[in-house]
Write a protein that binds this ligand. Sequence first.
Ligand SMILES: Cc1cc2nc3c(=O)[nH]c(=O)nc-3n(C[C@H](O)[C@H](O)[C@H](O)COP(=O)(O)OP(=O)(O)OC[C@H]3O[C@@H](n4cnc5c(N)ncnc54)[C@H](O)[C@@H]3O)c2cc1C
Length: 586
Amino acid sequence: MTDTKDLLVPDLGDFSEVEIIEILVSPGDELQVEDSVIVLETDKASMDVPATDAGKVTAIHVSVGDKVSAGASILAIEVAEQPDIEKTKLMSPAELMAVAASSSEAPYSAAKPESTAKATVSTELVVIGSGPGGYTAAFRAADLGMDVTLVERYPALGGVCLNVGCIPSKALLHAAKVIDDAAAMAGHGIQFGVPRIDAVALGDWKSKIVERLTGGLMQLARQRKVNVIQATAKFESASRLVLDNGETIEFKQCIIAAGSQSAQLPGSPDDPRIMDSTGALELDPLPKRLLVVGGGIIGLELAGVYSSLGTDVTVIELTDTLMPGTDPDLVRPLQKIINKRYEKILLGTKVSGLRATVPGIEVHYDGEKGSGTEIFDRVLIAIGRSANGSRLDADLAGVEVDERGIIPVDKQMRTNVPHIFAIGDLVGDPMLAHKASHEAKVAAEVAAGEKSSFDARGIPSIAYTDPEIAWVGLTETDAKRDGIAYEKAQFPWAASGRSLSLGRDEGMTKLLFDHESGRVVGGGIVGPNAGDLIAEIGLAIEMGADASDISLTIHPHPTLSETIAFSAEAYEGTLTDLYIPRKRKK
Ligand SMILES: Cc1cc2nc3c(=O)[nH]c(=O)nc-3n(C[C@H](O)[C@H](O)[C@H](O)COP(=O)(O)OP(=O)(O)OC[C@H]3O[C@@H](n4cnc5c(N)ncnc54)[C@H](O)[C@@H]3O)c2cc1C
């Protein structure tokens, strides 16, 4: 027996009318209960409308672009009489506790008892945060067939990386490079004149790149039927989130990907001339004199941008080295260049006071080479990032968070509460987008029941300074600190035809080899495009390659990639492009 029913637009909460942005079914399609039929979008979120009955679609009553209200008919469906359909059922809190207890001895007592109020959203997997960690996890899990809800506090997806981190900073660094490359040609017979900089137009270009990428993510979420909700989420228990829009989400599993934020300098006055990296990316306005507090990667990248745009830059760094922790031989070529270029670089120096005055920000500093007080037009605080783990009421779910806001996880990215995972910046260093997305895939795959774990041999790090600095795997600094025996071979770019033809000769490529097996265990590169080149060394490490695997791979000429092959040849003693006394006879 059949019966024809209309599928109606459900209750739309605060909205009287919502636009249809996608129709996912056609007349004749067979539907199951819970199959998505249309996608509605408000300025805050997109929402799939699921079928409430199983059967055959006989007519569609709406079109893309229509604005619909609750109760409007979406389609007609010929409903077949059916046995009881088993709907997706969320585990009860008691079941969740039983699953958790069976898979781990993790302490669970801190979890708050479940509220009895009905959740507004029920989902198999909820992901908190839509940065490179969060969106990758949500998309991978959806691709593996999971019903996924992604909660993001801001209107645009993409997190720090796409909106105020990796992407906008690299757009501005590209602009800086164009200016510097053009200026460098003046010494080789081509003069372009002084660049006229329209900071507003430059900012618009950067914003368009960001919008293109973040808009693309929204589309990818829709295509995968990931339910995106714009709200700030906090835990209410080990199976429920409360959102600041009044909704609650009941979940079977959760991936926390809430990222990190710029660390603040204690005691800084609240003044728009004191910026974090997000403010610095606005370039509004370009200051005459900029102080960058912190000589790490983010500080030095942005210092480079401002310097190329014409600002006089001073860098103050607390430790004795720029980019603390990085092998000194990789940092040296950059330091040599910016020592000449920047107004001052003060190492071993602490900023001990900032005061907002009418002419500028008065900065007092104390250092190994003395103290001083100076006025800067703007100050960029780039002293690191702090994890957001302690901003989520994670204790109500029983999830451990350390005093730095970091959530400890195992190799499957599980927290101490086994059905709650954590990834990205808030699980600790290195705070990098590609680490976050790699961890995201592991967490999503484990949540979907696959065998997966994080066991990368190296995570590349890159400073997109000029010259770029990149390294992966073992570093000499770590090897010396931990007493790890290694062998090293390097190739100076002064002997690379490709590097010289770019007008650059300061670069260097080095490979580190395991003392016993001769396998590549680490490597570092400084020079233009080091960030792109480092991937080959990363692959060599993952594949367990030795020097001959690299040297016997024919590298195209003339390229900077040859410097990796030349380093391998230097290790073997087969290098002909330089004369290096032989270490090993081939
Ligand atoms: C200027 C700058 C340049 C950078 N350049 C690079 C680079 O070149 N390469 C690189 O690899 N890395 C770079 N990084 C670091 C990179 O941005 C981060 O490592 C990466 O974004 C971390 O991803 P994530 O998913 O862990 O968190 P995030 O990108 O921080 O995303 C977390 C998301 O969670 C949301 N959120 C937080 N709390 C909640 C909540 N309670 N409810 C809902 N949503 C919430 C946030 O709004 C955010 O969108 C840069 C960072 C900065 C600041």
